[in-house]
Design a protein around this ligand. Sequence first.
Ligand code: AQP
Length: 336
Amino acid sequence: MKRIFSGIQPTSSMTLGNYLGAVRNWVDLQGPEFETIYCVVDLHALTQPQDPDALRTNTLSLAATLIAAGIDPGKSILFAQSHVHQHAELAWLFSCIARIGQLNRMTQFKEKAGKRRDEAYVGLYTYPVLMAADILLYKATHVPVGEDQKQHLELSREIAGSFNHRYGVDFFPLPEPQILGTATRVMSLRDGTKKMSKSDESDFSRINMTDEADLIAQKFRKARTDPHPLPEAPEGLEGRPEAENLVNIYAALARSSVEQVLAEHGGSQFSSFKQALTDVAVTALSPIAAAVNRLMADPAQLDAVLAEGAEKAEALAAPILADTRRLMGLAQRARG
Ligand code: AQP
């Protein structure tokens, strides 16, 4: 059976970008065609300094948001990355497969480290190696992600290929990216050329999944736009990144197409389009926010869901890691 793996960092609460670019697809992919494994990647979150209490809370609240958004622990394995120690171990083994030249090409490191590269943490640099380990620890064949993770996924394929080549085996599959939908790269509400991100300093750059209706309305009202009305056809969005972003968000939330949205709203001023956008966003997001609140009222139950998920994940991961160790020539520990 085809196996899906994907993860999300508990760096803060989930954004509309995470939801439309990735998580909603994770929900849709649950079914008989795929075995689905989803992970709150707390070890990845540590690549930037985190307040320890906030990290613990965010891990639980992100798990709650995933369940509220439709990840069903009865259909998918849902767990926290650090609960399955094999992720970190395979990452070390892969750091002896990946090459520095490959990591030097990663644009996310360049963007996040900025000009102060020497002060960036080693973990931020080797982040894509841990991501390859996350995926290949389960021999996942398909990885649903947003556009921004495409390059990291390409590296996972290269690592799998190099491993197979070095040891003369056909052991790891080359995982396929699944970049699905009309909102594969949701942009910041303050700057249509920058990706919407959990860790952006401005809360008004993003919609959080737990934002209340009033705040969603306020954020869309203040979203940057240009002075022209909406065009009648997609070509008219060229060179208008903010307009394109809002139309893409609308199309994704309404499960419609850009053409259809423009057929309906072409010629409108942004003031009325933003009101319509708020309405579709509130309709889609408010039941999720309400479910997050209900789930967060019982943290022990969430802990239990994650513990059960970790147990199932470890049962899949342990034999794959054991085979990897053996193929690489690590001696087996004698049991006395
Ligand atoms: N703006 C986005 N549009 C579409 N998809 C997005 N994703 C992230 N931002 C967008 C997708 O969400 C999934 C989980 O992302 P992540 O938490 O692993 O890390 P990220 O890609 O670095 O996302 P953020 O929100 O920008 O997090 P921070 O600020 O912590 O770095 C991934 O599949 C990603 O593609």
